[in-house]
Design a protein around this ligand. Structure first.
Ligand SMILES: NC(=O)c1ccc[n+]([C@@H]2O[C@H](COP(=O)([O-])OP(=O)(O)OC[C@H]3O[C@@H](n4cnc5c(N)ncnc54)[C@H](O)[C@@H]3O)[C@@H](O)[C@H]2O)c1
Length: 411
C-alpha cells in the first residue's frame, strides 16, 4: 500500500485515482481515505468504515448486519480498527470537493433551505424554526410568493421558549440563491392526491412522474452550481425520487451520464421518520418498547417494521406493526384531512436536524443502486448505517423490500 498527503488527508489508492498535488508519505495517518473506482450506478460514493473487511464488502442488505470479521492482522488492519477510515469512489468527478465540504459542514451551523411551502413544507419549516436553535438561517422558496411572504412574517414573529435561546431567522430566497446552503429540504409537489384517491392505489407512487419532472430543473441546478451540500428528498415517492434526483443530476445536456453531479450520499430520503413514529404510536397497545422497534425500507409499500431486531423478533407482531404503520395515514384521511403534521415534523424537521447534527436518524441511504431506509448518520469519517444482528425472517423481508425497489429502477 502507498499513502499520500492531500488537503490534510492521508489518501491510500485502492483502485481509485489520486488527485493532482498528492505527496507521497511513508506512514498512514488519520484521517485515512481509501480511493476506489466502482460502478457509479450501483456503488456508494463516500462512506465510513471501522474495519478493513468493510473496504471490499459487496453492497446489499448485508450492510445492515455486523461487518464480517477481518482476516487481516497487519499494521493497516490495526490502524483502521483503532482510527476508522473513509472510502471515496473517484468514479464521481466531484468526490474530493464533496468530502472536504462534508467534513467542514459537520463543524459549522447549517444554512437550510426549504423548497415547497405547502402543508408538509410549511409544517417542516415551523418545526425547524422552533427546534433548529443551532441553525444559522432558514431560507424558504415556493412559486407562490404570498406563501413565502406569509411564512417569513409569521415565523419571524415567533418567540423563543427560553431567554437563552436564539431562533434562526427565516428569509425568502430568490431562485439564484437556492443552492447557496448546506441542506435543501425538497418538499415541493406537483399535486398531492385528494382525499378519496387512496382507494385507487398508493397515493405516494401516483406522484412519481409529476414530481420527477418537477425535480429535473433542481437536479440540473445542483449539478451546474457544483452543489456540495445535502439534498433532503421529502416529497413522494421519497425513495424512488431520491434515486431519480441523484441520476438526473449526473446527466449532461445530451442525457449521458458523466458523473459530474451529486454523489449518491448527498441525496437522502426523509420519509421513514414518520413511519417509525407511527409504529411506535400503534405499538403502545401491544406493550412493545419503543427503543426496540426498527423501521426499514421505503416510505410506502415495502415498508418493514420489526418489534425488535433479533432474538425477540416476532413475525406476527412485526407484520401487524408494519400494516398499522403503513395504513395509519389512511385513518387521518378518513377523518377528512391529509396527514402532514407528523410527516412534516418526524420525517422532515426532526430527522433532518438530527442528520445535520451528526446524530442517528431515519433516512433512505444509497445501497447497491437503490435508496433504502434504515437508521443512519453522518459520522466523522463519512456516512454510515447502524449494523447489528438481525433475525433471519427479518432479513428475508428486507431482501424482498430491497428487490421491489430495485425492480422499480428497471421500469
Ligand atoms: N416524507 C414524508 O414523510 C411525507 C409525508 C406526507 C406527504 N409527503 C409528500 O410531501 C409532498 C408535499 O405534500 P404537501 O401536502 O405539502 O403538498 P402541497 O400541495 O400542500 O404543497 C406542495 C407545494 O409545492 C409547491 N410547488 C409546486 N411546484 C413547485 C416548484 N416547481 N418549485 C417549488 N415549489 C413548488 C406548491 O406551490 C405547494 O406550495 C407530497 O409529495 C406528499 O406526498 C411526504
Amino acid at each position: 500500500m502507498e499513502y499520500y498527503r492531500y488537503r490534510g488527508d492521508c489518501l491510500c489508492p485502492y483502485g481509485g485515482k489520486l488527485p493532482e498535488g498528492s505527496v507521497l508519505v511513508e506512514e498512514p495517518f488519520s484521517p485515512l481515505v481509501f480511493l476506489v473506482e466502482r460502478d457509479p450506478f450501483v456503488s456508494r460514493g463516500y462512506f465510513a468504515i471501522h474495519s478493513l473487511s468493510e473496504l471490499n464488502e459487496p453492497e446489499g442488505i448485508n450492510l445492515l448486519l455486523p461487518a464480517p470479521k477481518t482476516e487481516e492482522t497487519g499494521a493497516l488492519a490495526r490502524f483502521v480498527e483503532a482510527n476508522g477510515a473513509s472510502v471515496l469512489n473517484t468514479a464521481f468527478q466531484r468526490a474530493f470537493d464533496v468530502m472536504s465540504n462534508y467534513r467542514f459542514q459537520l463543524q459549522i451551523p447549517s444554512r437550510v433551505h426549504v423548497v415547497g411551502l405547502g402543508n408538509v413544507g410549511g409544517t417542516a419549516t415551523t418545526g425547524l424554526k422552533l427546534m433548529g436553535t443551532g441553525l444559522k438561517e432558514i431560507g424558504i422558496f415556493d412559486p407562490n410568493q404570498n406563501l413565502c411572504l406569509r411564512y417569513e412574517a409569521e415565523l419571524n414573529q415567533v418567540l423563543p421558549a427560553r431567554d437563552d435561546e436564539q431562533l434562526p431567522p427565516v428569509t425568502v430566497l430568490t431562485e439564484q440563491e437556492l443552492f447557496d446552503c448546506d441542506a435543501i429540504l425538497f418538499t415541493a409537489a406537483r399535486a398531492v392526491p385528494e382525499i378519496g384517491a387512496e382507494n385507487s392505489g398508493d397515493v405516494r407512487l401516483m406522484q412519481y412522474e409529476g414530481n420527477q419532472e418537477l425535480l429535473r430543473s433542481y437536479a440540473k441546478r445542483a449539478r451546474d452550481c457544483g452543489y456540495c451540500g445535502l439534498f433532503a428528498q421529502i416529497s413522494d415517492p421519497v425513495d424512488q425520487l431520491s434515486r431519480a434526483v441523484f441520476l438526473m443530476s449526473n446527466q449532461n445536456e445530451d442525457g449521458e451520464f458523466d458523473w459530474r453531479g451529486l454523489l449518491p450520499e448527498q441525496v437522502r430520503g426523509f420519509g421513514l421518520g414518520v413511519m417509525r413514529a407511527r409504529a411506535i404510536y400503534t405499538a403502545k397497545c401491544d406493550g412493545i418498547r419503543a427503543e426496540d422497534i426498527r423501521a426499514y425500507g421505503p416510505h410506502g409499500n415495502g415498508l418493514v417494521i420489526a418489534n425488535a431486531p433479533n432474538e425477540e423478533y416476532d413475525e406476527r407482531l412485526s407484520r401487524a406493526l408494519t400494516h398499522r404503520a403503513e395504513t395509519e395515514n389512511l385513518k387521518v384521511r378518513a377523518y377528512g384531512y391529509k396527514p402532514y403534521i407528523a410527516p412534516g415534523l418526524s420525517s422532515a424537521a426532526v430527522s433532518v436536524l438530527r442528520a445535520l447534527r451528526g446524530d442517528w436518524h431515519d433516512g433512505a441511504v444509497p445501497m447497491a443502486g437503490v435508496y433504502f431506509g434504515c437508521r443512519a448518520r453522518f459520522g466523522a469519517q463519512g456516512p454510515e448505517v447502524v449494523r447489528e444482528p438481525l433475525h433471519q425472517e427479518l432479513i428475508a423481508h428486507l431482501t424482498n423490500s430491497y428487490s421491489a425497489l430495485k425492480e422499480f429502477n428497471g421500469k
